[in-house]
Design a protein around this ligand. Structure first.
Ligand SMILES: Cc1cc2nc3c(=O)[nH]c(=O)nc-3n(C[C@H](O)[C@H](O)[C@H](O)COP(=O)(O)OP(=O)(O)OC[C@H]3O[C@@H](n4cnc5c(N)ncnc54)[C@H](O)[C@@H]3O)c2cc1C
Ligand code: FES
Ligand code: FES
Length: 508
C-alpha cells in the first residue's frame, strides 16, 4: 500500500488520512509549521507562500514559490517543500543555526514590523535569490558574506537596473503576489536589492543541480472524497469517462478559491499538473504547441519573448506566485469571460486540441466558447494543447484595463494582431475579454480595418466600431460605459504605438 508523504524542510512527514480537500497551508499548520500564514485564502496576499522543488528540464530542479492556501496537500505527495522555518535552518545538528540571507537582509533593513506577511515574503524572495538565471549572471556587486554592497554610483553593468529590477538582478515582480500592510515596501525592496549570490556550498542552491522528485501515483479516498494523480493519459481518460463530474486539478489557482471561498467539495480530484503529455512545448515551422498543464511561468521562460503578444500578457497576469502554478488549461477550462489568456490567444488565432478516451479534435478558440462559462468541451474531454499558428502577425499588443497595474482581474482585456503590407492591413485579429458573456472577436472593428491603409482616420473609425463591440455590463469593477470607452481608446493607443514603433514586433 502506497504511503503518502511530503518532505518538508528536509523531514519526511506522513500525509495518510489527509482529506483531498485539505489545502497545503492547513496541513502544514496542522503539522505545527505555523510560519506560513493565512491572510486571504484566495491567492491574493502571499502570506502563505512556500518553496517547492519543481522540474527545471530533466536534470535540474528549481525552487519555485507558490501559494500554499490554494493547492491540495495531497498534490505534494513525494515532493519537497521548504517553508520559512526551513530557510536558514542549520544543515546539521553540529552547525549553529543561522538566518538565511533573505531573512538576515529583511531583519537588518527593517523589512518586517508585525511580521505576518514576512514568512511569505522571505519565501518569494528566496525563490528569486536562487533563480538560476540570476545566479548564473552573477550578482555583480561586491559580495560580503551573502550581501551585496549595492551602490548607486557603481551600478552593476550586467543587469539592467530600473525601478523593477535591482542592481543584483533581483526582479521585483517576484514579490508582486506578496502584500504587506504595515512595513511599507521600501525597506523590503532594500532587502531584496541588497542580496548577493548564494554561496556555492548553500544546500538549497546545490539542490537545484539534481532533478525534482518524480510525480507519484497518489490514490486515496478520505471521508468519501477521492484524490488521484493518474500516471498516464489513458488512466486519466478512463477515470474521467467513469466520472465525468470529476475536477481536474492543474495549478489549483481557480479551484483552490472555489474550495476555500465557495466551499466546493469535488468528490474526485484528478491531478494533471505533472502529466508529461500535457507539459510539452514545441515550436515548429508552422505551429507553436503549448501543453495545457505547463505553468505560465514555464511557458514564459520557454518562449523567451518569441511570441511578443504573450510576453506582454504574462507580467499582467496575476502575480509570480500565481503564474508559478496557473496554466492555460485551467484558464480556458473554466470558460470564464474575463480570463486573460482568451483575448490574447484569440488575437493569435489559436486553436485548442481537446482530448478524451474517444480521441482528439482541434477546435478554433473562436468556436470554443458557447455561452456564459459554457464551451464545446464535452464531459470526459480535457484541453490537451494550445496551438498558435505561425508566422505571427508583425504588429501585436495586449492591453489589460484593471484597477491595479499588477495582480488584478481585468475590467477589459484586449489582444490585437495586425499584419501590414506596404501600409495596407492584410490580416487583423482582435480578441476581447470582459465585454460579453464569453470572450469574443471584435468583428465590427476587424471589418473596418481589413484591407484598409493603416491611417489615423481608419484607426479612429475602428475605435468607434470597437466601442460598440459586445454587451458590456455594469459591475463593481467598471461601468459598461467605461468598458466601451476603453475599447475605443485602446485602438487609438495601438495606432499611436505602431507609429512610434512601440508595439512589439516579431523579429524576422
Ligand atoms: C490571486 C489570483 C489572481 C488571478 N489573476 C488572474 C488574472 O490576472 N488573469 C486571469 O485570467 N486569471 C487570473 N486568476 C485566475 C486563475 O489563476 C487562472 O484562471 C489560471 O489560469 C487557472 O489555472 P490553474 O492551472 O490554476 O487551474 P485550476 O484551478 O487547476 O483549474 C481551473 C478549472 O479548469 C479546469 N481545468 C484545469 N485544467 C484543465 C484542462 N487541461 N482541460 C480542461 N479543464 C481544465 C479544472 O477542472 C477547474 O475546473 C487569478 C487567480 C487568483 C487566485
Ligand atoms: S493566504 Fe493569502 S495568498 Fe494564501
Ligand atoms: S510586516 Fe505587518 S503586514 Fe507586513
Amino acid at each position: 500500500m502506497h504511503e503518502i508523504k511530503v518532505t518538508v524542510n528536509g523531514q519526511v512527514r506522513g500525509c495518510d488520512g489527509v482529506n483531498p480537500n485539505t489545502r497545503l497551508l492547513d496541513w502544514l499548520r496542522s503539522e505545527g509549521l505555523t510560519g506560513s500564514k493565512e491572510g486571504c485564502a484566495e491567492g491574493e496576499c502571499g502570506a502563505c507562500a512556500v518553496l517547492v522543488a519543481r522540474p527545471d528540464g530533466t536534470d535540474r530542479s528549481r525552487w519555485t514559490s507558490v501559494n500554499a492556501c490554494l493547492p491540495p496537500a495531497l498534490a505534494f505527495d513525494g515532493q519537497e517543500i521548504i517553508t520559512a522555518e526551513g530557510l536558514g535552518t542549520a544543515p546539521s545538528p553540529n552547525v549553529k543555526e543561522e538566518l538565511h540571507p533573505v531573512q538576515r537582509e529583511m531583519a537588518d533593513r527593517g523589512g518586517s514590523q508585525c511580521g505576518y506577511c514576512t514568512p511569505g515574503f522571505v519565501c518569494s524572495m528566496a525563490a528569486e535569490f536562487y533563480r538560476p538565471e540570476r545566479v548564473a549572471s552573477g550578482s555583480g556587486n561586491t559580495v560580503s558574506g551573502n550581501t551585496v554592497q549595492a551602490s548607486a554610483e557603481a551600478p552593476n553593468e550586467e543587469h539592467e537596473t530600473d525601478h523593477e529590477c535591482g542592481p543584483n538582478g533581483f526582479d521585483l515582480h517576484s514579490l508582486s503576489g506578496n502584500l504587506c500592510r504595515c512595513t511599507g515596501y521600501r525597506p523590503i525592496r532594500d532587502a531584496a536589492y541588497a542580496l548577493g549570490a548564494p554561496t556555492e556550498t548553500d544546500p538549497l542552491l546545490q539542490r537545484q543541480d539534481s532533478p525534482a522528485p518524480a510525480a507519484v501515483h497518489t490514490q486515496t479516498t478520505v471521508d468519501g472524497a477521492q484524490f488521484l494523480r493518474p500516471q498516464t493519459m489513458e488512466e486519466l481518460f478512463e477515470r474521467l469517462a467513469q466520472n465525468p463530474e470529476a475536477k481536474l486539478v492543474a495549478g489549483a489557482t481557480d479551484l483552490g478559491v472555489e474550495v476555500n471561498i465557495r466551499h466546493t467539495r469535488p468528490p474526485l480530484a484528478l491531478a494533471i499538473d505533472r502529466l508529461e503529455p500535457l507539459r510539452e512545448l514545441r515550436i515548429g515551422s508552422d505551429l507553436i504547441e503549448i501543453g495545457a498543464a505547463l505553468t505560465l511561468t514555464e511557458i514564459e521562460r520557454e518562449l523567451n519573448g518569441k511570441v511578443p503578444l504573450l510576453a506582454q500578457l504574462f507580467p499582467q497576469f496575476a502575480s509570480r506566485l500565481i503564474r508559478n502554478a496557473a496554466s492555460f488549461g485551467g484558464n480556458l477550462g473554466t470558460g470564464s469571460p474575463i480570463g486573460d489568456s482568451a483575448p490574447a490567444l484569440l488575437a493569435l488565432n489559436a486553436s485548442l486540441v481537446l482530448a478524451s478516451k474517444n480521441g482528439e479534435r482541434t477546435v478554433p478558440l473562436s468556436e470554443y466558447f458557447t455561452g456564459y462559462r459554457q464551451t464545446v468541451k464535452q464531459p470526459g474531454e480535457i484541453i490537451r494543447t494550445v496551438q498558435i499558428p505561425l508566422p505571427l502577425a508583425e504588429k501585436t499588443a495586449f492591453y489589460k484595463i484593471a484597477k491595479r497595474r499588477f495582480d488584478d482581474i481585468s475590467s477589459v482585456a484586449i489582444g490585437i494582431a495586425m499584419q501590414l503590407d506596404e501600409g495596407t492591413i492584410t490580416s487583423i485579429q482582435i480578441g476581447l475579454g470582459g465585454v460579453a458573456a464569453t470572450p469574443i472577436r471584435a468583428q465590427k472593428a476587424e471589418q473596418v480595418l481589413l484591407g484598409k491603409q493603416w491611417t489615423p482616420e481608419v484607426a479612429a473609425e475602428a475605435a468607434a466600431a470597437m466601442a460598440t463591440e459586445g454587451t458590456p455590463i455594469d459591475d463593481f469593477r467598471a461601468s459598461s460605459k467605461y468598458r466601451s470607452t476603453m475599447l475605443g481608446q485602446v485602438m487609438l493607443k495601438f495606432y499611436a504605438e505602431t507609429q512610434s514603433a512601440n508595439t512589439l514586433e516579431v523579429s524576422k
